[in-house]
Design a protein around this ligand. Structure first.
Ligand code: GLA
Length: 393
């Protein structure tokens, strides 16, 4: 055998034995953070059924959410009930009497995309059958039903290695030949930002969101303000096709004031997090609608540069967050966590601009152009709220 052939064989062997995630995920999806609706935050296990999902799809189209960029209708846990004699996953026929394929067809008929949920363990977090040992069979089934998105959880996983477990499902999804966004949900427990870029399109970096201003639950649930504390520092791991997922939104679920919900939505956009509405989009107050449909804020989230924003100043309760946008522009959120309103400012130098340039500033919530400013921007920020602007030099 020639040296050249020997070298080639050695290289091939090395490639085959390499750590699984060295083989890149190249599904070409989620070049901007996915947008859609997920059933879990509002409907949980108890209240999910096909009528809710049908009506959510209707609402996504009729409320203007679809026009604003929301696409994925994702059924979270509790659509599944058992496995049949051949190991096929069986949907809960009481809640989904028409079957999952019919539901996916309905969603597709609205020009939307369909997402489904499973778990890398023996059982899902709500105790339904998981996909461990059935990865390829389940992926095939979801693809046959028309799934465009799979959220894959991390309960009851035994002692599996997370990277290996998620890589197996990545490969199972790829094998179906259907383009499927792959959403990892292991809550940041094994630092997915370090390894998941080549495994999934998005990964949860934190525990489950809770609908409150700053609470923290013993079981690991976190208010959105606690989630952003943990997202700070993960910026460099996000980019087109691979995002830190700050979790589904709580906008419109009742635990936040409208001011707080506006701040929550603004920070998700600054973080380039997926924007998955988690409320009952069939019944929204005008204020909730106005938040979820704010096209200027959505444009910050969806900016094609794909940079996650960062916290550039932390003065206790007063934080300045900034996201680089295409064309040298910046989005800035002045966040006031205190109990009183506060005059806050950001200087051009902090944003990486020379002090002397003038830049157009637009307030993304009042939707007003504030004209051309030099060297800094300041505003009165409401308690528990933000002022969010776009700055264009
Ligand atoms: C975990 C996930 C949630 C949700 C539930 C479903 O807690 O983090 O987002 O999917 O499981 O049981």
């Amino acid at each position: 055998m020639s040296t050249r052939i020997r070298l080639t064989l050695a290289f091939a062997a090395l490639t085959l034995c390499a750590a699984p995630s060295l083989i890149a995920l190249d599904n070409g999806l989620a070049l901007t953070p996915p947008m859609g609706w997920n059933s879990w935050n509002k409907f949980g296990c108890k209240d999910i059924n096909e009528n809710v999902v049908h009506q959510a799809a209707d609402a996504m189209a009729s409320t203007g959410m679809k026009d604003a960029g929301y696409r994925y209708i994702v059924i979270d846990d509790c659509w599944q009930i058992s496995r049949d004699a051949n190991g096929n996953i069986v949907p809960d026929s009481e809640r989904f009497p028409s079957g999952i394929k019919a539901l996916a067809d309905y969603i597709h008929g609205k020009g939307l995309k369909f997402g489904i949920y499973s778990d890398s363990g023996t059982k899902t977090c709500a105790g339904r059958p998981g996909s461990w040992g059935y990865e390829f069979q389940d992926a095939r089934q979801w693809a046959a039903w028309g799934a465009d998105y799979v959220k894959y959880d991390w309960c009851n996983n035994g002692k599996q290695n997370s990277e290996a477990a998620y890589t197996l499902m990545r490969d199972a999804l790829a094998k179906t030949g259907r383009p499927i966004v792959f959403s990892l949900c292991e809550w940041g427990s094994t630092k997915p930002w370090l390894w998941a870029k080549d495994v999934g399109n998005l990964w949860r970096a934190t525990g489950d969101i809770v609908d409150c201003w700053d609470c923290k639950k013993d079981w690991g649930g976190l208010a959105w303000t606690k989630i952003i504390d943990l997202e700070a520092g993960l910026e460099s791991y996000a980019g087109p096709g691979h995002w830190n997922d700050a979790d589904m939104l709580e906008v419109g679920n009742g635990g936040l004031t409208n001011t707080e919900a506006r701040a929550h939505f603004s920070l998700w956009a600054i973080l380039a997090s997926p924007l998955m509405a988690g409320n009952d989009i069939r019944n929204m107050t005008p204020e909730t609608k106005e938040i979820l449909l704010n096209k200027d804020v959505i444009a910050v989230d969806q900016d094609s540069l794909g940079m996650q924003g960062r916290k550039i100043r932390d003065d206790g309760d007063f934080e300045v967050w900034s996201k680089q946008l295409n064309g040298g522009n910046r989005a800035v959120a002045l966040l006031n966590r205190s109990g009183a309103e506060k005059q806050m400012s950001v200087s051009w130098n902090e944003l990486g601009y020379p002090d002397h340039i003038s830049a157009s500033v637009r307030d993304l919530w009042s939707k007003k152009d504030l004209g051309k400013l030099k060297s800094s921007f300041s505003a009165t920020v409401p308690s528990h709220g933000v002022v969010m602007v776009k700055i264009e030099p």
